[in-house]
Design a protein around this ligand. Structure first.
Ligand code: CP
Ligand code: NVA
Length: 299
């Protein structure tokens, strides 16, 4: 079998996601002692900032016996115009896997087409599948399962929202997205998710959160949208997950945020720092889930 990439959530079947989480749970519990990446290198290309993704991949690779290389796209020849295809071919001669965070999703697809080693999407403008894997793992850990649960998304129909649509498409839970007009997620992903799950897009955040088991949000302006910050601040007025909104959710509901967060904008301080918040577990789970992913793709 050829190499396997992870570019979107739907690259994995439901069974593969469950197996990945079982492995991640063993890794988290400390009962996994293997070093499947011994002698192997993960090349990590970053065209955008990162705290969690960079550190969790770097630490995770090390814990599995391998080495991770941090490659800022500003410092490698890619930033001076070397083609993505050539970068893919060259990195494939040195490294055993490539992780990339960049702007255009098509660039990641092109990298994957020309690399002979597995390619992992570490965030694009269109999706953030590693984060949503960790989020699903966090839901399973906190609530036991995603089966029969309602997940609410409040705010921008961005890369995170798109990956949640992929998760609903694969796993079939109910997903309600409350987004201001003009900031809805990708139409095609929405239609595909709708074919397999109950998925709605609304401007009514209270309706979206009513009885939800998971309440999720993200920043109003993502990386690369800094120039739209003011227009977005206007458009997203009121799209804040605060205590009053959380009271509409299920009494045992958890709050998720991929971070970094802007307290006082998309989420109030009392919610993100309160008892329903699972954001630190969510951040930690990036490490465990990605280690399982690395072992699966590169082991
Ligand atoms: N959530 C997330 O991907 O964080 P970083 O941007 O810090 O990697
Ligand atoms: N939507 C955010 C997620 C950051 C992890 C962004 O793309 O900037």
């Amino acid at each position: 079998m050829g190499k396997r990439d992870f570019l979107t959530i739907t690259d994995f079947s439901r069974d593969e996601i469950v197996r990945l989480f079982d492995l991640a749970a063993r890794m988290k519990a400390g009962s996994y002692r293997e070093q499947p990446l011994r002698g192997k290198t993960l090349a990590m290309i970053f065209a955008k900032s990162s705290t969690r993704t960079r550190v969790s991949y770097e630490v995770g690779t090390y814990q599995l016996g391998g080495q991770a290389l941090f490659l800022s796209s500003r410092d490698i020849q890619l930033g001076r115009g070397e083609p993505i295809a050539d970068t893919a071919r060259v990195l494939s001669r040195y490294a055993h896997g490539i992780m990339i965070r960049t702007f255009a999703h098509a660039d990641v697809e092109e990298l994957a087409r020309h690399a002979s080693v597995p390619v992992i999407n570490g965030l694009t403008d269109a999706s953030h599948p590693c984060q949503v894997l960790a989020d699903l793992f966090t839901v399973r850990e906190a609530l036991g399962t995603w089966e029969g649960k309602v997940v609410a998304w409040v705010g921008d129909g961005n890369n995170m929202a798109n990956s949640w649509l992929g998760a609903a498409e694969r796993l079939g839970f109910e997903l309600r997205l409350a987004c201001p007009e003009g900031y809805e997620p990708d139409r095609g992903r929405f239609e595909r998710a709708k074919a397999n799950a109950t998925v709605v897009i609304t401007e009514d955040l209270e309706a979206a959160v009513e009885g939800a088991h998971v309440v999720n949000t993200d920043v109003w302006a993502s990386m690369g949208q800094e120039g739209e910050s003011e227009a977005r601040r206007q458009a997203f007025q009121g799209y804040t997950v605060d205590a009053a909104l959380m009271r509409r959710a299920d009494p045992a509901a958890i709050f998720l945020h991929c971070l970094p967060a802007h307290r006082g904008e998309e989420v109030s301080t009392d919610v993100i720092d309160g008892p329903r918040s699972r954001v630190w577990d969510q951040a930690e789970n990036r490490l465990h889930v990605q280690k399982a992913l690395l072992a699966t793709l590169m082991g």
